[in-house]
Design a protein around this ligand. Structure first.
Ligand code: GTP
Ligand code: MG
Length: 224
């Protein structure tokens, strides 16, 4: 997986803030956020390891890799705060844990369309993985043309003194769907809203064309 751990230690936080008079509460807040991020990064790792293992097993048994590659990202604190505000949630770590499911995110890029559902099935049938949310934007593409299978799964993370089940958001999509999503994302952010409207139907057509091409590749793969 292409990701980096960026854990802040409690000791460093205390050193930074705890010694300043009156800033103990800031240090407390930062500490619980740092602990939360570390926990969610561990959950992300648990799931990506499971996916890498499944892919390796497939390679040995069927000489085929369903997974092209996996990307991971942690929601940055700024967009986490934005989401909390938008949803009108309490800022406490408890309320974040209860209501926000995409702090840890994985993007699984598959070689073929079928592989998306193979990955979903193999992961979700594992005893310690529970799917708590599922949106199939391949069967029902978004108005924009966006296609992807979105899952939120919960996985237990074993800590020093207890176990916590932690949600991880997984977007599973093919190379073509991923290419479309990243270009569309870039275009949308570079363009003002009115001009984006101009190209909307063009982008939907491109998404459909790419999907057709990937279905053709899938057919060839089946015939071989
Ligand atoms: P939030 O996760 O709270 O935003 O709500 P939600 O669960 O309803 O989100 P949704 O299922 O719409 O998926 C959100 C994520 O999917 C975004 O962060 C994007 O990564 C991706 N996504 C959804 N729609 C589009 C789209 O039209 N274009 C692109 N490029 N990405 C999209
Ligand atoms: Mg999201």
């Amino acid at each position: 997986m292409n990701t980096k751990r960026n854990t802040m230690s409690v000791k460093k936080i205390r050193q930074m803030l705890g010694e300043e008079a009156g800033l103990d509460w800031v240090a407390d807040q930062l500490t619980s956020v740092a602990q939360m991020y570390q926990l969610y990064e561990s959950a992300q790792h648990e799931i990506s390891t499971k996916l890498e293992n499944l892919d390796a097993e497939f390679e040995v048994n069927y000489n085929h890799n369903p997974i092209h590659h996996i990307d991971g990202r942690m929601k940055d604190p700024q967009s986490l705060m934005g989401k909390i505000q938008k949803k009108g949630l309490d800022r406490s770590v408890n309320s974040i844990k209860k209501n926000i499911f995409d702090i840890a995110g994985l993007r699984v890029i598959t070689n073929y369309i079928d592989d998306i559902y193979t990955v979903e099935k193999l992961l979700s049938q594992q005893d310690d993985v529970e799917v708590i949310k599922r949106k199939d934007y391949i069967k029902n593409p978004k108005e924009s043309g966006y296609r992807s299978l979105h899952l939120v799964v919960k996985v237990p993370v074993f800590k020093a003194h207890d176990v916590e089940t932690v949600p991880v958001e997984i977007q599973i999509r093919t190379i073509g769907m991923d290419m479309w999503a990243s270009l569309e994302h870039e275009l949308r952010y570079k363009t003002d809203v009115d001009r984006a409207e101009e190209f909307a139907s063009n982008l939907v057509e491109n998404a459909n064309a790419l999907f057709e091409i990937e279905q053709n590749f899938q057919d060839i793969h089946h015939q071989l």
